[in-house]
Design a protein around this ligand. Structure first.
Ligand code: ATP
Length: 361
């Protein structure tokens, strides 16, 4: 069984607690991304799953097997790091076959595996090239192949694409997903790049400050962030969060966006969740889930910057606490300095408690 269960996992380095507590269950054959900013404890978690670090407390189970005290070599995991570990004086083929040869696998089986992995990772024409003649991009591919050829049931990858160039990274995202589907491994993938997590993972575990913030499918964490951290961290740009107060108006509940001079009537779902809440809130909407117009009802703000990024344009409006970003298709126009009205799609609005940062609805 290649399920992975982390139970009350804690890791301290001296006085410093790198992982405060972590409970996570990864299903057999699932692609789980550990996503969060630098220093949040992703690699620490991964190193404990791999067996490179022992937890301070808590348990790691593979299926029903407690991994406590089981050394890395006996865990049956494949591990690929940010910095590829390959033998530069060997050919690509020798690198790929090294593991299976050391394990005494029959030649016919090794040949079959090399053929399959090389094709999957587009290394077939490079098999007889020496590794020291190859680019960083190709070397990282070889490193992934070297681990994958052992057909581990659990495959751990720690920022494997952070040293390769952007175009190659996009290709590798597709290939890694393909690799995992083909071999049906349980894959744990550490990244600080939300695009990588969103495009590849079945589920994402979002981490910050040594704590799990939310676990969910990419769409779930995008649409229903559990708290303000996830709302800001997921999405490019992240969610707009405007301070406001719950208020009654004409019998319905509204959010009073004070300094912006706007009130937003809440749909039933949010009004029900907000009933009885009297503290300050954050009114959240995704930059992709709002329209921009010259006039009408909505949030009035001035355009402070216009960023054209290929097929989309990011329009920046307002400033400070009231700063808003709206993503437009390129056929829509916005001019620097213009006055505009932002109208969020109320069905996609999320409300957070400003004090605790937790989602209310
Ligand atoms: P990054 O992407 O920068 O590696 P991360 O989320 O993977 O970030 P970790 O490497 O897990 O973060 O580190 C979490 C925290 O624990 C950091 O503050 C780091 O400095 C600290 N840390 C990690 N390893 C050790 C160690 N061996 N001794 C002391 N502190 C450590």
């Amino acid at each position: 069984m290649s399920t992975i269960r982390l139970e009350n996992l804690v890791k301290k380095f001296g006085d410093f607690t790198a992982l405060k507590t972590m409970d996570l269950e990864i299903a057999d054959g699932e692609f789980m991304a550990l996503l969060g900013p630098s220093g949040c404890g992703k690699s620490t978690t991964m190193n404990m799953i791999a067996g490179m670090e022992e937890p301070t407390s808590g348990r790691i189970l593979f299926g029903d097997r407690n991994m406590s005290g089981v050394p890395m070599g006996r865990r049956g995991v494949g591990f690929v790091f940010q910095n590829y570990a390959i033998f530069t004086h060997m050919t690509v083929r020798q690198n790929l076959t090294y593991g299976p040869r050391m394990h005494g696998r029959p030649k016919a089986e090794i040949d079959r595996r090399v053929g399959a992995i090389a094709e999957l990772l587009q290394l077939t024409s490079l098999l007889d090239r020496r590794a020291d003649r190859l680019s960083v991009n190709i070397l990282q591919r070889v490193a992934i192949g070297r681990s994958a050829i052992m057909e581990p049931v659990i495959f751990l990858l720690d920022e494997p694409l952070s040293n390769v160039d952007a175009a190659f990274r996009a290709v590798m995202r597709t290939e890694l997903k393909h690799l995992q589907r083909q071999f049906r491994q349980t894959m744990v993938y550490v990244t600080h790049d939300q695009l990588e997590a969103m495009t590849m993972a079945d589920r994402i575990a979002v981490m910050d400050h040594g704590m799990l913030q939310q676990v969910g499918t990419p769409l779930d964490v995008y649409n229903n962030p559990a708290n303000v951290f996830v709302a800001r961290f997921i999405g490019a740009p992240g969610m707009n969060l405007l301070p406001g107060w719950p208020a009654d108006s004409d019998g319905g509940l509204v959010i009073d966006l004070g300094p912006l001079g706007a009130t937003a009537p809440l749909p039933k779902r949010l009004a029900a969740a907000m009933r009885g809440h009297s503290r300050e809130v954050l009114f959240g909407f995704r930059p992709e889930q709002a329209t921009l117009a010259g006039e009408g009802r909505g949030i009035a703000a001035q355009v402070t910057a216009v960023e054209r990024i290929g097929a989309r344009t990011i329009v920046h409006l307002g400033e400070g606490d009231s700063a808003i970003k709206v993503v437009l298709d390129n056929d829509q126009q916005a001019a620097f300095g213009a006055s505009a009205i932002v109208t969020p799609n109320m069905d996609a609005v999320r409300i957070f408690d400003r004090t605790t940062g937790q989602a209310i609805g």
